[in-house]
Design a protein around this ligand. Structure first.
Ligand code: SF4
Length: 203
């Protein structure tokens, strides 16, 4: 997966390779329910207007919503703003480093917290967003509805077992890229998939 990501994965996205938790966080929240190509111009404008967590926290919510306008799912913008204020009041203005602390902020779930910790701080942890659930369910042959608690627990267990000892950033990006570019909901491109050789669904 890591080798595949380095050769074929998505690179040169504006938030990649930054080690800036704030910008990575903004991108991760924008990417929820929204395609990369749509997110990029919003991300550029948003981070130009609010270059750091202090600026975002100090801005009135109306101004934040103006910059979110058109991106949809506006609750994300409200929670982003609330989390920026929580970082200022509860964390002295410094973005927390631990995934558990990141997950305690408004609007940040366990998977998003792990992705931010991996990309910003190189922290080892599993992600499990909608795309990754599909990849893992197919690859390991985990049956059932992913919203079901028993199935979700099995998916988290499998995701955690697979986390590599090093190269967490390209691995995490690979999981995202595989779900977004090859292991598609309909018509997955198994012929180009790096894990096709041991994929239960493929077999
Ligand atoms: S082989 Fe096909 S179904 Fe299996 S993980 Fe790869 S793209 Fe998905």
């Amino acid at each position: 997966m890591i080798a595949w990501q380095k050769a074929h994965g998505r690179r040169n996205l504006p938030w990649q390779g930054l080690r800036d938790a704030y910008r990575i966080w903004v991108s991760e929240i924008m990417l929820q329910q929204t395609q990369v190509a749509t997110v990029i111009p919003y991300y550029e404008r948003f981070t130009a207007a609010f270059p750091d967590v202090a600026t975002l926290a100090a801005a009135p919510i109306e101004r934040v919503l103006e910059h979110w306008s058109g991106l949809g799912y506006y609750r994300r913008a409200h929670l982003l703003h609330a989390a920026a204020r929580a970082i200022m009041s509860d964390h002295g203005g410094t973005f927390p480093r631990e995934a558990e602390q990141i997950a305690s902020l408004p609007g940040i779930g366990r998977s998003t917290a792990a992705a931010i910790a991996a990309f910003a701080f190189g922290a080892r942890g599993a992600i499990l967003d909608g795309n990754v659930k599909r990849v893992l369910a197919r690859h390991a042959g985990i049956e059932g509805f992913p919203g079901d608690a028993r199935v979700e627990r099995a998916l988290w267990r499998h995701a955690e077992e697979l986390v590599p000892d090093r190269d967490i950033e390209p691995y995490t990006q690979a999981m995202m890229d595989l779900g977004a570019t090859l292991c598609l909901k309909r018509a997955p491109r198994c012929d180009a998939c790096p894990v096709a050789g041991h994929c239960v669904a493929r077999r």
